[in-house]
Write a protein that binds this ligand. Structure first.
Ligand code: ATP
Length: 199
């Protein structure tokens, strides 16, 4: 699986649409201070579903929308798309090219898309589970994360190994199933109450 393309429009410093093609041999993005290198990484994190504004270096989510400049109006919409080549079927889908998109309007409305079809954030996180790619996995490692891994804060090293060995997906499913069981138990208890009242 390979990251092949990143498209950004109206996100942070990118008012105009930009397309970055990760062709063979591209290994780094360089540029002067403040030109937007970290914003490119933020865009990748964001489209993968990042919900933490702190991680996105922003006070509130709305601030990730292009704020305008002296000569340009602020944007009303931030939109990021990330495209992967899935010819080895590492992502559990029949598509050989997978594009995920996230949009956020200034009104607060937001939207996720998978190959241009509206979907839930859960569809995107499920798709990337155990691939190492995701908002909170090891595909993007910042300096602060290295400190956390060394200090093993919140058992973070274990979480990395679990993701790499492919068991995080089962842990997520277990959590979802336990939550459903809890709801069902609550429903059953309600049914018992009703039966008691009726009889
Ligand atoms: P350095 O090398 O110093 O770390 P960098 O190339 O990583 O810099 P970024 O941190 O990606 O730079 O970009 C910072 C720039 O992005 C700042 O000029 C900031 O004003 C701009 N910026 C951030 N959010 C927005 C926004 N919502 N609208 C417009 N510009 C923004």
């Amino acid at each position: 699986m390979k990251l092949t393309k990143l498209e950004i429009k109206g996100f942070k410093s990118f008012g105009d649409k930009i397309t970055i093609n990760f062709n063979e041999g591209v290994t780094a993005i360089v540029g002067p201070n403040g030109c937007g290198k970290s914003n490119v990484v933020d865009a990748i994190r964001w489209v993968l579903g990042e919900q933490s504004t702190k991680t996105l270096r922003s006070e509130k989510m709305e601030n990730i929308i292009f704020n305008g400049t002296k000569n340009r109006k602020p944007a009303n919409l931030a939109e990021v798309s990330l495209t992967f080549n899935n010819n080895k079927n590492i992502l559990p889908t029949e598509f050989t090219t997978v594009t995920i998109t996230r949009k956020l309007y200034r009104t607060g409305e937001s939207e996720y898309r998978l190959n241009d079809v509206k979907c839930r954030l859960k569809d995107i996180t499920d798709l990337f589970l155990d691939t190492g790619i995701g908002a909170d996995t090891y595909s993007i490692i910042e300096l602060k994360m290295i400190d956390e891994i060394i200090a093993n804060k919140d058992n973070s090293r274990r979480a990395l190994f679990e993701e790499a060995s492919g068991i995080s997906k089962y842990k997520v499913r277990k959590k979802q199933t336990l939550s459903k069981l809890k709801d069902t138990e609550a429903d059953l208890s309600r049914v018992d109450d009703l039966l008691y009242e009726i009889t």
